[in-house]
Design a protein around this ligand. Structure first.
Ligand SMILES: [Zn+2]
Length: 380
C-alpha cells in the first residue's frame, strides 16, 4: 500500500517566480502495470480536475483494501503555468503565454528521439522490446536538460508517463457531449471506456497532426512497428484524450458520477480488483474515423443563432446556425445559414456566440471520411 503526494517546484521564466506541480502516486510500487492520468493540460478546461478530485479517494480506499493491480500516477492539475494565466479579470490557459503554443500541441515525437538508439537492440521478444524502447526513452529523458518553465513542466510529466500502460488525458470541449480521441489500434479498450463514460462519440486517428499529449504514447509504438516490421513491437500503451463535455460542466453531481464510471472502466481492465462499482453500462456508439467528423467553420464575423441542439442527428445541408451580420448593408438584419457539411451527430457547439472568420462553431460526427479533412485533424 502506498499513497504519496508529491510536490515539484518549477522555476518560472520571470525572475523570482516559482510555481508548484502536485501529483499523486497510489498503489503497489512493484505493480506490473501503470496508469497515468492528468487533467487541465488546457488549463481552462476544469471538469477533469473535479473528476480526479473525486477519483483520488476511491483509489486511496482501493489501495487501503489491497485492490490495486497497477500503480496510479495522477496529476489533477497538470498545468500550473496555464492556471496562472490571469489577465484583466479573465483566465485563459489554452496557450502558453510565453511561446504562443497550444499547451496540447508540439509534444515530443519519441520515435524521432529514440529509434536510432534502439534499432540494433530490438529482439524477437515483444516484452523485451517494450523494455528496450522504454529504456531508450529514459536515456533520452536523462540527457535532455529542461531550461524554460514549460520545458521543466513537460519534463516532469514525461518522466512520470513514459512507462505507463494507460495514459488518460482529461479535457473538455467548448459546449459538448462527452467524447474520446484515440488511435484505431486501441478500439476494443476505447469501446469499453466509451461505454463507461457514456460517450457520444469516439474519434479515431493514428496521427491527428498536432503532436498532442495522448499521441506521444501511442505513436512511438506504431511508428516503431512500421519502421521495423520484422520485429514484434506491440502497442504498449493505450492512450486517449477524454473530453468531459463543456467547460462549464464542473459540478460535484456529474463529476463524481464520471469518477465512479472511470473507476468502473479501470476495474474492467483488471487494473483494480473487487466487485464492480456499478453494473456494466450499456453499449455506446462504435468508434468513427476522426476524418469523418466535420469541424464546421464560419468565414465571416457575426453572432450565432443556433438552430440545433447537442445530440441532434443532422443531414448534410441542414442549418446548424444562422450567422447574424454585424456590419455592412445587412447589419443586424441579414442572417446567413451555416450548413452541415455531412450527415451525423451534433457533438459540440460554442458557448461564445460572437464569432469571427475561421472560428469553429460545431463538430458533426459523420461516418464517411471527408475530403476536406486531411493533415491537421484537430482544431487549434
Ligand atoms: Zn483540451
Amino acid at each position: 500500500m502506498s499513497y504519496e503526494h508529491i510536490v515539484r517546484t518549477i522555476s518560472c521564466d520571470a525572475p523570482g517566480l516559482k510555481t508548484e506541480l502536485n501529483y499523486f502516486r497510489i498503489g503497489p510500487k512493484n505493480a506490473s502495470q501503470k496508469v497515468f492520468m492528468q487533467a487541465a493540460l488546457h488549463a481552462d478546461e476544469q471538469p477533469g480536475i473535479m473528476i480526479l478530485h473525486h477519483l483520488l479517494p476511491l483509489l486511496k480506499q482501493a489501495d487501503t483494501n489491497g485492490l490495486l493491480n497497477a500503480q496510479f500516477v495522477i496529476f489533477p492539475m497538470v498545468n500550473p503555468l496555464g492556471m496562472s494565466d490571469l489577465s484583466f479579470g479573465q483566465h485563459q490557459g489554452r496557450y502558453n503565454r510565453v511561446t504562443g503554443v497550444n499547451f496540447n500541441r508540439q509534444w515530443p515525437d519519441l520515435f524521432k528521439e529514440v529509434h536510432e538508439q534502439v534499432a540494433d537492440k530490438l529482439t524477437d521478444n515483444p516484452d523485451k522490446n517494450i523494455h528496450i524502447v522504454r529504456d531508450g526513452i529514459k536515456q533520452w529523458l536523462a540527457q535532455s536538460k529542461p531550461v524554460t518553465a514549460i520545458q521543466q513542466q513537460q519534463h516532469i510529466v514525461i518522466e512520470e508517463a513514459f512507462d505507463a500502460d494507460y495514459v488518460l488525458d482529461l479535457h473538455c470541449d467548448n459546449d459538448s457531449l462527452a467524447h474520446i480521441f484515440s488511435v484505431p489500434q486501441s478500439t476494443d479498450v476505447m469501446q469499453s471506456l466509451s461505454d463507461w463514460m457514456s460517450a457520444a462519440a469516439t474519434l479515431m486517428a493514428e496521427d491527428s497532426g498536432g503532436h498532442s499529449f495522448d499521441e506521444v504514447w501511442s505513436t512511438v509504438w506504431l511508428k516503431l512497428a512500421e519502421a521495423y516490421p520484422d520485429k514484434p513491437i506491440p502497442l504498449a500503451c493505450h492512450s486517449a484524450t477524454l473530453e468531459y463535455r463543456g467547460r462549464f460542466d464542473v459540478f460535484d453531481s456529474i463529476n463524481l458520477d464520471d469518477a465512479e464510471r472511470l473507476y468502473g472502466f479501470l476495474q474492467t481492465q483488471e487494473l483494480i480488483n473487487g466487485d464492480l462499482i456499478r453494473s456494466t453500462p450499456p453499449a455506446t456508439a462504435k468508434p468513427t474515423d476522426l476524418a469523418a467528423t466535420e469541424f464546421t467553420k464560419v468565414n465571416e464575423a457575426g453572432l450565432l443563432a443556433y438552430q440545433v441542439e447537442l445530440g441532434d442527428i443532422v443531414k448534410k445541408g441542414d442549418v446548424l446556425a444562422d450567422l447574424i451580420a454585424l456590419d455592412g448593408d445587412g447589419a443586424f438584419s441579414k442572417r446567413t445559414p451555416i450548413l452541415a457539411g455531412t450527415d451525423g451527430l451534433l457533438l459540440s457547439r460554442n458557448v461564445q456566440k460572437y464569432v469571427w472568420p475561421g472560428c469553429n462553431i460545431a463538430k458533426v460526427v459523420g461516418t464517411k471520411r471527408l475530403t476536406s479533412r486531411s493533415g491537421m485533424l484537430l482544431a487549434d
